[in-house]
Design a protein around this ligand. Sequence first.
Ligand SMILES: [Zn+2]
Length: 844
Amino acid sequence: MTAIPRMAKDRCARSAAPRAASRYSIRRNAPALFALLLAVFAALPSRADRPLAPSRDYDLQHSTLRLSFDTAERKVIGDVEHRISMVHDAATKIVFDCAALNVESVTLDGHPAKYEQSGEQLAVLLPAPARSGDGHTIEIRYQGHPRQGLFFILPDKNYPDRPTQIWTQGEAEDTRYYLPTYDYPNDRLTTDTYLTVPAGWETVSNGQLEGKTADANGRITWHWAQHEPVSTYLISVVAGEFDRVEDTRQSPPLSFYAPRGDRERIPVTFGRTRAMLDFFSATFGVPYPWAKYAQVAVNEFTEDGMENTSATTISTRALLHPALAAEQPEGEDDLISHELAHQWFGDLVTCQDWTNLWLNEGFATLAEYIWEEHAYGRDAADFRRWRDARDWLTSERLFAVPIVNSNFTDSMEYAGNIYTKAGLVLSMLQEQMGAAPFYAGLKHYLERYRDQNVVTADLERALEESSAEKLDTFFRQWFFGAGAPQLALRSSYDAAAHAVRLEVRQTQRLEGAVGLFTLPTQVEITTATGAKRFPIVVSKASESFTFPAESAPLMVLFDPGSTLLAGAEFQKPAAEWMYQLRKAAAVPDRADAAAVLAGFEGQPGVLTALSEAARTDPFWGVRSEALYSLARMRATHGRDALLAALDDADPRVTETAATLLAEFPHDAEVAARLEAVSRSGKFYREREAALFALGRLQSPNAYPVLREAAHTESPDDVLRRAAFRGFQELGDARAVPVVLEWAAPGRPLPARSAAIRALGGLDQRNREITKTLLADLSERIVQVRMAALGALDERRDPAAIAPLEALIQRGEFNGDLQHYAQRVLVRLKKGQEQTNLPSPGAEN
Ligand SMILES: [Zn+2]
């Protein structure tokens, strides 16, 4: 799965851990508030309360599921027939997970059966104690109004043309909200799914479409059949008004769905899927395993993407507008490659329990890296790994917790380990084993455990069997151990001995699951006569290495290319870092130098070196890193480099420059350039960033410029939305009328939710705004409600406390929204307490 907080990769919201590889719907350097708004999802709990697999009394082998829907009532009407085989003697009942569903009848082997419902369980009583191997068929008829697991997206009076959509989200343990079943990954079943829907709708489910039949009422029943066994959290049901595009020229057939009316977004978003699928089939050594591959974009999806077997569901947030696609060079490839790779890692071979969830998510993250390298080059992939490593290394909360974490009760709290760290560690393993043995090992793993559920030891055994290499040290320290090495490095040159001496200390605190690391790596020494590499193995708390060098080195690189997941503080003079910034071959080494040089402000040549890198480095990411360091220094020189970078050819760099110029207040030239960019910049990305920066800078001319942008048409209203974010930063009450106009029901949802969110920062004494926001909460559109909650959170108007509490108590919110609403309420109450406290000295 890929959950929303991929946005947390945004530098501006760096502290938030990716919830699920935080879906990176937001671009890294996008304006901070937008990122923060979205990052509220990051800390929301998600359900996975059983880290280890339960014992089973039976093996669920096949389910025939028939669903129809009463859309107006948001009701699901179901009939499921399960074929099971008992695996234990003496069981007296067959227990299914079943949450908040009204069970109307149950038969056991064709006869009416006794059953009991309590909590989230449906127990079907056996007439006699079971014997292992007994087979049974249980049919359950039921109805329900699911609060989770299955969602209805419907038109309403404000949005009468909104396409109807029904979709499910099973992971972690939510399939039980629309289907009584065995709802834990350690079992697999095949399925027949019959979906009865109005004519004109599309449906998507697992496996291949066997046929469609019409009934007397004109409704159509679609029959999907999944012939290879999958775990229940990977079952998917989607139905509704969609546009469909197909690519059936080759096998497997591909299909792409967007809500009706968004067909034009399909090619620009999903156009590289076939190439990805072929690349993964070749790289993993196992052809794509399922009958078809469908990707369905749905509104209000709770994740960024979900790898349902052969039928991935993706958020419409990922659908690119054709007019904006050109300035997003890699589009949504990270999300699309992530979910596609899960079709092997996660779906074909599935984690047995949530403790081993990294076996799904780590490989999906690795797949993002290798696709990026294949499609966009080594530099792009190296840079992303470097950035992800830096994000992870600064997430202290994650450090003490191993990737294989049998204690967790919340699948997403440690997502940064299960996704990012696991992906980086697998990259390291590939580096250490060598690509050919590594991928041969993965092929063996996929073939040996095909259609099975696995734990970490299974992967280790498969890689060892395939490569004849012992990997226990690597697995122990990286998957079962916690943390990462923190290295203190220092090199010196002995002219008499013609030798470079490198001292290496591991400074991570050794406690709990964090130990010393054994690190095979290389040292590269560059002298006037060229570069030489020396392999070493670091394993002690403190040790030193000596290498021959005819003359004093110009540059010493430990682990050139940053292949290790390790924090390193290498004490080098500024001159050597500047040499590294100019000359190092690998992007991570130049990016390191660009970042470190921010700490050498005032030393001769540093500003010039960074400015030069910002202008001339061949890779956009290094140019961007140089800009970050220059902005941190706030020197005039840095400002000039940022202004010059507005002319860069790469939209990612110009966007960074415009964003960072918000660090230079009271500067008429900066404000004037930002104004010009906001009106006529060559990329929308930089225009958005400039609008945000103008608001943030409180520049004297910000209000009229933002107001103009709020009235400017642009694809997906990107400029209008940016203007609203700018208004929110600016806090100028003159903006209230135009923001309220766009916050009104019926306005296009992206612009409307940006406007609602902006109200959080405007005219704090205006009680009418609080009333508007409370009214928004009664609408059933998630993004409207999220924006209103965010704005109420920012305003802290105590008048919102009672109405919000009433909405929560009436059960108006579901799932994530409920948790968020509760958190906002707590903060509103806390704010009120603080206001009511006597101020210090009041007693006098
Ligand atoms: Zn995933």
